[in-house]
Design a protein around this ligand. Sequence first.
Ligand code: OOG
Ligand code: MG
Length: 261
Amino acid sequence: MDKNLIKELADYVHHAEKEKREITKITAELYPDLTIENSYLVQEELIRQKLDEGHKIIGPKMGITSEAKMKQMNVDDPIYGYVFDNMVVEEGEAISISDYIHPKVEPEIGFILSRDLEGPGVTTLDVIRATEYVFPAIEIIDSRYENFNFTLPDVIADNTSAAGAVFGTYMRKPEELELDVVGVTLSLNGEIQSLGAGAAVLGHPAKSVARLANMLSKKGGKVKAGQPILTGGITAAVRLSPGDFVTAKYGGLGDVSFFVK
Ligand code: OOG
Ligand code: MG
């Protein structure tokens, strides 16, 4: 794909993100032929732009990791993007709704590895063996596209809707839990909005990290030790409103909360 076009598309989503303004998806009119492969080139350019502006990558995130979501979008692979330092929200703190377009939250299980994992061929067991600890997290997604209406290439180009991450401080060794049957509830103001179990993420959240390592290896990349990794939403995402108190509560893995102003 032409370099100028890659830059034009990256600018398109980046400006929308900075101006907190929704845009029509790229594939609607701007460039209907965007492929998955090319959408990662747009994402790479977007990431370069953020790094040039002084932002730093905190860690990778996986998306569309449930079989149901993959079927719905007619794809075999999940997608990945990156959480940046300016997206991190401290547990127990408040976000301002005006810093986002139409934010939603989803509960996720996070991993920290003790050593790098480089694909291809990384297995779920490799991930469990390389895991320093797992932790509870909430991801804030804020698609830059109107009504979260996008195709897979659109959402990849938009850094997979990444907008915020609340990393819980509760830590467990992965072998202390059966992560596939760890349950989670997501509540707003004490009322449960959605619930699920770790198995919603590719059957086991560690499999998501393995898929990430194998996908990154196609680009010569790897999953790095010490970076928090978000493995993908366990439940449907829930829309936020001012005044909300958001809590994700996990079986055997603590909880995470924050406020919305
Ligand atoms: C895409 C982001 C997907 C997840 O965990 O599945 C994602 C979206 O739904 O806007 O982060
Ligand atoms: Mg997510």
